[in-house]
Ligand binder design. Structure first.
Ligand SMILES: Cc1ncc(COP(=O)(O)O)c(C=O)c1O
Length: 347
């Protein structure tokens, strides 16, 4: 497969901006119009905040590649995985001409990123077990379909998409399959990261926002062929990952056992919450979750949602995506108990 044939011509031709810190990170730095006297933030951050960060995220990619046990060239780091989704649309989809397929119900940002870039999305419904209907996906593909977004575990349904179905798409689709694994740490089912060595047209996105507990620092990454990683580096804003974010993520990578403990605790609470929800008679269905949220069905979900909000319990009304369904993130035991008590009252 020749990836270049899928890339927008203006992106192929683009002469990327050469940033000062891309050329030099040390020396007597008088090249980037920074403030050589220091920073108003003071010295407490232990990084030179008066200097622009490394545009190629070398240190971060080195540490992440050794943590992930894969080559640095296969990694791209973004301002959350949301930035990566947007960049992929911009690399591959010609506005007003190309389109992308989403497997609905799913994470809403794929469509938003496409809409912002004036790229049509073609929704194809998942089946009643929230698995892809490959025949329908193949029928929906047009000569201008460049991307297929697959979210696994899927948000908001919580299930893992059968990896064999995803790989079948990767093999048969003459475009890029984006596998969003934002919640991969919460399932024991295998990730598709290793498939990157077998196929050029797969991008697996991951994030530090969920299992690692770092939603506030905005850092996501993807694993893909070095060719696509280079394209992402070519078009991103020069200094997308700031030094404070890098510092926090580098520290987090040294402390990955804390992430593992979070994952274990969240899985345990997920089981508790699932069982409790199932025991409430007025809840009609509790979907099994391989993620850190649970989808459940009840009558009048929108009023249940509003009544819970009045009690200070904030969950998500997903009834516009899955009939009569609400989605609750797994909290601490105390939060879960408060949520369950109020939910029982409201129902
Ligand atoms: C499926 C999915 N992908 C990506 C994201 C965004 O992650 P990030 O914080 O890395 O931008 C979310 C956030 O909720 C998500 O649910």
């Amino acid at each position: 497969m020749n990836i270049e044939l899928l890339v927008r011509k203006n992106i192929l031709k683009l002469k990327p901006y050469t940033s000062a810190r891309g050329d030099f990170l040390s020396g007597i730095l008088l090249d980037a119009n920074e403030n050589s006297f220091g920073s108003v933030a003071g010295d407490e951050w232990h990084v030179e905040l008066n200097r622009y960060p490394d545009p190629f995220h070398n240190r971060l990619r080195e540490e992440l590649s050794s943590y992930m046990k894969l080559e640095k060239e296969k990694l791209f780091i973004g301002v959350g995985s949301d930035e990566i989704i947007d960049l992929l649309v911009r690399i591959f989809c010609e506005p007003k001409i190309d389109n992308a397929i989403t497997l609905e119900p799913t994470y809403g940002m794929y469509k938003v990123a496409c809409d912002v870039n004036d790229v049509q999305t073609i929704p194809v419904m998942l089946d009643e077990s929230f698995q892809p209907q490959l025949d329908k996906v193949y029928k929906a593909i047009t000569p201008n379909t460049k991307l297929i977004f697959v979210c696994s575990p899927n948000n908001p349904t919580g299930n893992v998409i059968n990896p064999e179905s995803i790989l079948e798409l990767v093999r048969n689709f003459n475009g890029i399959v984006v596998v969003d694994e934002a919640y991969a740490e919460f399932t024991d089912k295998p990730s598709l990261i290793n498939s990157v060595q077998d196929y050029l047209n797969i991008v697996v996105t991951r994030t530090f926002s969920k299992a690692w507990g770092l939603a506030g620092v905005r850092c996501g990454y993807c694993v893909t062929s070095p060719h696509i990683a280079k394209l992402l580096y070519k078009i991103k804003l020069p200094y997308n990952i700031n030094k404070l974010t890098s510092q926090v993520v580098l520290n987090a990578l040294k402390n990955s056992q804390q992430k593992d403990k979070f994952v274990e605790a969240i899985k345990q609470e997920r089981e508790f919450l699932t069982d409790e929800l199932k025991s409430i008679a007025k809840i009609k269905k509790v979907y099994p979750s391989e993620s850190n949220y649970i989808l459940f069905e009840c009558d009048n979900p929108t009023s249940v949602y509003h009544l819970l909000t009045e009690k200070g319990i904030i969950i998500r009304d997903r009834s516009n995506q899955v009939k009569d369904c609400l989605r609750v993130s797994v909290g601490t035991r105390e939060q879960n108990e408060k949520f369950l008590n109020e939910l029982r009252n409201v129902l």
